[in-house]
Design a protein around this ligand. Structure first.
Ligand code: KDG
Ligand code: MG
Length: 413
């Protein structure tokens, strides 16, 4: 069997997505992959079209590992979000083809089902503690057993994640207008200061635990904004609230900084959405510095790399919590769930409810029921792409917000 051609499809059904379709010389057999990198969509599309796709025409789509190695090591230049997102898309589409050829869902190829579904979490947020409490209660009423909680920080502008909306395509960060440059909208600029944040988050969880109780798992995403000692302090202050984990407490570059946090708190830690390979994860896994590894499969080279990361994590008692926001496409969400229901050391899965427009373009996303996500038994990943529908929604340039401190200096968003 041979790869005959690969389409790159850029579409904006509410937000931008990039998808690929790998065609084969077997009539009607193709694979679908997600190549979406929020705010850098066209860079990934160019890497695919200009550099990777020409290398793949005529190759045997069965050779997933060999193609992965060729595109990663064989290219000499390797790693980083753009190339690893492009590689992930190809990898996912090849697994999709493999499953369709075998007549099996991808989770069967990964070893088969180990659980009835993937425990899922959603996002709750609000301007104040009561709004967050209401948002958590709505999530519980929908069936969620695990909820992430974020609240507006007094004095800050445009706090991350407080929209509380898990509807992909909904503008999640609309509390500040985007600036306009000559070429169209530029990023929103948010303002963030640590001391109010450090006081507010433990108070939020005081409120939530005293109103909601301890039966629902709650946790918080710091979004890489603290220094290690601030993160250690926050982790310690949150110990009485028994959160599931503190997500992404520090920026991703110096992994060994987690030693300091770990030495000071029993609050479980999660990290990974800004990692791009298993080597980024290694120090955190081998030194047992975190409890949940939450790489984005769509930015880390796909299923082939994720199963290796999960295997290393399993050896060190670390569970998976793959990144699953609205800014990655349904094929990555499906890949997440295929892994979740096959892996021994799955922990929890982030999810969103896609809009009708997204379902129109990409039918077959995982389904949420009773607190869990599941995929169908359709062969492959189970996600398709309707090109006619995609063509109705042309790409629109968009940026993630940026963050500055009160003195105007750049901080991590
Ligand atoms: O594009 C950025 C988002 O993927 C990220 O902000 C979402 O932190 C995130 C999360 O945990 O879902
Ligand atoms: Mg996050």
């Amino acid at each position: 069997m041979k790869i005959t051609n690969i389409d790159v499809i850029v579409t904006c059904p509410g937000r931008n997505y990039v998808a690929i379709k790998i065609h084969t010389d077997s009539p009607g057999l193709y694979g679908v992959g997600d190549a979406t990198l929020n705010g850098r969509e066209l860079s990934v599309a160019a890497a695919l079209r200009d550099h990777m796709i020409p290398l793949l025409i005529g190759r045997d789509p069965d050779q997933v590992e060999d193609i992965w190695q060729m595109l990663f090591r064989g290219a000499y230049w390797r790693g980083g979000p753009v190339l690893m997102t492009a590689l992930a898309a190809i990898d996912m589409a090849l697994w999709d083809i493999k499953g369709k050829r075998a007549g099996m869902p991808v989770y069967s190829l990964l070893g088969g089902r180990t659980r009835t579904g993937a425990l899922a979490y959603t996002h709750a947020g609000g301007q104040n503690f009561t709004e967050v409490e209401d948002s958590v209660r709505r999530a519980i009423a929908k069936g969620f057993k695990v909820v992430r909680a974020q609240v507006a920080i007094p004095g800050n502008v445009g706090t991350y994640g407080i929209g509380g909306s898990s509807l992909a395509g909904a503008a999640q960060w609309t509390n500040q207008p985007a600036e306009w440059g000559d070429g169209g909208p530029l990023p929103q600029v948010e303002k963030w200061e640590p001391s109010a944040y450090m006081r507010t988050i433990p108070a939020l969880f005081d409120h939530l635990r005293s109103t909601i109780g301890f039966d629902t798992e709650l946790f918080h995403d710091v979004h890489e904004r603290l220094t290690p000692i601030q993160a250690a302090r926050l982790g310690r202050d949150l110990e009485p609230h028994r959160i599931l984990f503190l997500e992404d407490p520090i920026r991703p570059e110096h992994k060994e900084s987690f030693r300091l946090i770990r030495n000071h708190t029993l609050t479980p830690l999660a990290m990974g959405e800004l990692f791009h390979s298993r080597w980024d994860c290694l120090p955190l896994l081998t030194e047992q510095l975190i409890d949940y590894i939450r790489c984005d499969i769509g930015h880390t080279g796909g299923i082939t790399e994720a199963k290796k990361i999960a295997a290393i994590a399993e050896s060190f008692h670390i569970q998976t919590a793959w990144h699953g926001p609205g800014d990655i496409g349904p094929a990555t969400h499906a890949a997440n769930v295929h892994l979740d229901i096959a892996l021994a050391n799955f922990g929890v899965q982030e999810m969103v409810f896609f809009s009708d427009q997204v379902h129109e373009v990409f039918p077959g996303a995982p389904v949420f029921e009773n607190g869990m996500l599941n995929v169908s038994d359709a062969p492959g990943l189970g996600v398709d792409i309707h090109e006619d529908a995609a063509a109705k929604y042309p790409y629109q340039r968009a940026y993630l917000p940026t963050t500055r401190r009160a003195d105007g200096s750049v901080h991590d968003w």
